[in-house]
Design a binder for this molecule. Structure first.
Ligand code: FEO
Length: 399
């Protein structure tokens, strides 16, 4: 049975959530699935704005058929060619062979890369600020390369002041029928997942996100329709400000995050002692995570959130414990920057973790490496408590 919801006059939500998916992009764990959003406009001309993942193709096509109610489909806007949105493009073309595909030149090339034998025949290739009138509605297309792929564009509809923002402003997490952010407690139910989505998926591309935010700030926006997660139609400054903070690589939490890798809990003991000292010195809202217990995508998101971070790790195979190495390399790959960082290493027969961590941390942009770095041989000793206290004070001074 079709399942659609009206957004504004003539505009309908035709996507759905996939609650069974356990790994987004086959790498990011999902606790509560993800939504694949798509939109249909019924104007003098009819428009589908982006397709969906294969997982929800049945309901997607049923929704289109229901809303068109015998009308032809005039346009398909392809804003982004990643398969979580484009996997159903070729089937849509087969069902609506006369549809005109509106996309950037790069997206057109990608259509042929993904669908070698596509029957697509009508294209309207658009460039920055090209416009399209569908009757009552007027669209302007804004290119948004690297948010999150190079072919991306977003579409601004002038009459309703709606921004179709592609991956931007998206979140992990399923929708519950309440497809609007103002129908749910977004801050408590979605913000952490929005942050995790942003930094893992788009986080490397802060400069292109800033460029898109500047373009969007030049027009009046009443509604933001992203490709994942809730639609925003109230208090837009809230999510726009978050995106501004995130894409400028500014920290949200003026506190200390400690991420540790431990084998027999001795490194864990050292960071417990450190975090207790920090609490005694008045530091609030600290985070403390075991890199073996928490997936890297969550740790990465937390690292971007905090101003000051302690990485504490066991040495391993004359190198660095693999979970810590994975996290640090992932942070580097996501342009991690503007942080205060302290290091603690542990080793029983060879102290190698610190040099390995330093090599990665020192290659990051605008990092303040806090002294002292602490080396533990197997377990923290009484005579090292002064060092822990010294480090705690140095960490407090960064806040
Ligand atoms: Fe939701 Fe970059 O695709």
């Amino acid at each position: 049975m079709y399942c659609t919801r009206k957004i504004t006059e003539d505009l309908y939500y035709i996507g759905q959530s996939d609650r069974r998916l356990s790994l987004f992009e086959n790498i990011y764990p999902l606790e509560n699935g993800v939504s694949y959003n798509s939109y249909l406009l019924l104007d003098d001309k009819t428009v589908v704005i982006d397709c969906v993942d294969k997982a929800i193709s049945n309901i997607f096509f049923e929704n289109i058929e229901h809303l068109l109610n015998g009308r032809k489909l005039d346009y398909l806007f392809i804003q982004h060619m990643e398969p979580d949105h484009s996997a159903t493009v070729d089937e849509l073309i087969l069902r609506y062979p006369d549809v005109t595909i509106v996309c950037t030149q790069k997206a057109k090339e990608m259509i042929y890369n993904f669908f070698e034998n596509t029957k697509a025949k009508n294209f309207l290739v658009v460039k920055e600020k090209d416009t399209l009138c569908t009757g009552k509605h007027n669209f302007t297309f804004l290119t948004a390369p690297m948010v999150h792929w190079p072919e991306v564009m977003v579409s601004y509809e002038i009459t309703s002041k709606t921004l179709f923002s592609a991956d931007a402003f998206g979140t992990f997490g399923s929708l519950s029928g309440n497809i609007f952010a103002d129908e749910i407690d977004f801050e408590h139910e979605f913000l952490d997942e929005a942050r995790r989505y942003y930094f893992n998926i788009v986080g490397k591309y802060g400069v292109p996100v800033q460029t898109l935010l500047k373009k969007a700030s030049a027009v009046e926006v009443n509604t933001i329709c992203p490709l994942h997660g809730p639609i925003f139609r109230e208090n837009l400054e809230y999510i726009i400000n978050k995106y501004n903070t995130w894409s400028l690589y500014q920290s949200e939490e003026n506190s200390v995050l400690i991420v540790y890798s431990t084998i027999y809990n001795n490194t864990e003991n050292a960071v417990e002692v450190l975090s207790t000292k920090l609490a005694e010195l008045g530091v609030k809202n600290m985070g403390l995570f075991d890199s073996s217990k928490t997936d890297t995508s969550y740790l990465l998101s937390e690292c971007f959130k905090y101003k000051t971070i302690v990485f504490a790790s066991s040495s391993y195979n004359a190198g660095l414990f693999p979970k810590m190495e994975t996290l640090l390399l992932d942070l580097k790959a996501h342009a991690f920057q503007n942080k205060n960082i302290a290091l603690i290493e542990n080793g029983s027969w060879m102290l190698t973790a610190q040099n390995c961590m330093k090599e990665i941390v020192q290659s990051l942009k605008n990092v303040n490496l806090i002294e002292p770095t602490i080396s533990i041989k197997s377990s923290l000793k009484e005579e090292q408590l002064a060092q822990i206290e010294e480090l705690a004070k140095a960490l407090v001074n960064t806040l």
